[in-house]
Design a protein around this ligand. Structure first.
Ligand code: BMA
Length: 335
């Protein structure tokens, strides 16, 4: 996999300053790890036990993001952060304290826990979705204009649900979201569904997208970064879980979804793209976890930088070309 001269497929804006490292000589992988991993250590903040499954976007002359920080009471919370280069991050010492988007939303603002955020620019603001504790985990929805003041809207669904991931534009005139209905614990099942909304508050028209299958994704799956628009379909990078005799193993792979009807799967890669094999993915608070929550895309060159959590402890970075992942998914699809 060294042919980077393939047709460029990503649709979107150039991002020449995304963090990047060329594929190391001799490396044959579609996705390769940063030599600087882990880019965010567990103790970046005095209060942090661990900083992992986190999301970033281009912002002003650099980058901004929302980070999962489990503190030393082991409370799961999300913090905002800023960076000039996407590698060296400054995180707020305080968790995000959402303001109510409107009067009714005040009724649901009590903090239980927040984790596994996703972030995207959509129309006129940066939307954030996260796993929000509201009598059980569900999908929180909020937004910010400046990564300082954040507003919370209604939860997208009732409990139990996780891995709520918005599409970066409306589809057929509606906001669109992937999610993964689940249960209250360490869910032993899980398939990806599609839902739409006219207003980002009321969600319905639910459609099954795809489910757990076998091997690295035999137990459950969940959407990862915001889907990447390509001329061949939505490129969805997602995590999959295998149940080993030593517990869950979280890897990630990819699928291509139809642009107009994203619940239709065009192709789905059978092998994983990245499995927990590096030290910082194998060893930590939860061993054997590679959990992607964001990807920066330079549509001018098809380069992407994938941010993922390592072993529920640190943030790591990996690189790839969109066209190479699409090619990999199509040529390794069982569909
Ligand atoms: C999932 C989520 C993730 C976590 C993973 C592995 O259920 O809680 O935040 O990375 O388990 O512990």
């Amino acid at each position: 996999m060294v042919d980077t001269k393939m047709e460029q497929l990503a649709v979107g804006s150039p991002l020449p300053n995304l963090p990047w490292e060329d594929r190391p000589t001799g490396n044959q992988d579609v996705v390769w790890r940063s030599q600087r991993n882990p880019i965010i250590p567990r103790d970046l903040l005095p209060i942090s036990n661990s900083i992992f499954n986190s999301a970033v976007v281009p912002y002003e002359d650099g980058f901004a993001g929302v980070f999962r920080v489990d503190d030393k009471c082991r409370t799961m919370q999300i913090h905002s952060g800023r960076s000039l280069d996407g590698i060296n991050w400054t995180l707020s010492e305080d968790r995000i304290q959402f303001l109510a988007h409107d009067d009714r939303t005040k009724q649901i603002l009590d903090f239980e826990h927040n984790y596994d955020p996703r972030v995207l620019w959509l129309e006129d603001r940066y939307y954030v979705t996260w796993c929000n504790g509201y009598h059980g985990p569900t999908i929180g929805v909020g937004y910010t204009h400046d990564f300082e003041t954040f507003y919370q809207m209604e939860n997208a669904f009732q409990p139990f649900n996780r891995n709520g991931v918005l599409f970066p534009r409306k589809i057929d005139g509606k906001y669109a979201m992937l999610s993964r209905p689940s249960d209250n614990g360490h869910t032993p099942f899980g398939d990806i569904f599609y839902s739409e909304s006219p207003d980002m508050v009321h969600w319905g028209v639910h459609r099954y997208v795809m489910g757990a299958s076998n091997g690295w994704q035999a137990t459950k799956i969940g959407a990862g970064p915001i889907p990447i628009e390509t001329s061949e379909g939505w490129l969805l990078i997602y995590h999959g879980v295998l149940t080993s005799c030593n517990g869950f193993v979280y890897s990630f792979g990819a699928a291509l979804l139809d642009l107009d009807e994203p619940w239709r799967v065009i192709a789905r890669g059978e092998p994983y793209l990245l499995a927990p094999q590096a030290e910082y993915e194998r060893t930590g608070d939860v061993p054997n976890v590679a959990f992607p929550c964001a990807a920066l895309v330079d549509a001018a060159t098809d380069r992407i930088a994938i941010y993922y959590g390592g072993a529920d402890t640190v943030v790591a970075l990996a690189f790839a070309y969109v066209n190479e992942i699409v090619d990999f998914v199509k040529s390794n699809s069982a569909l």
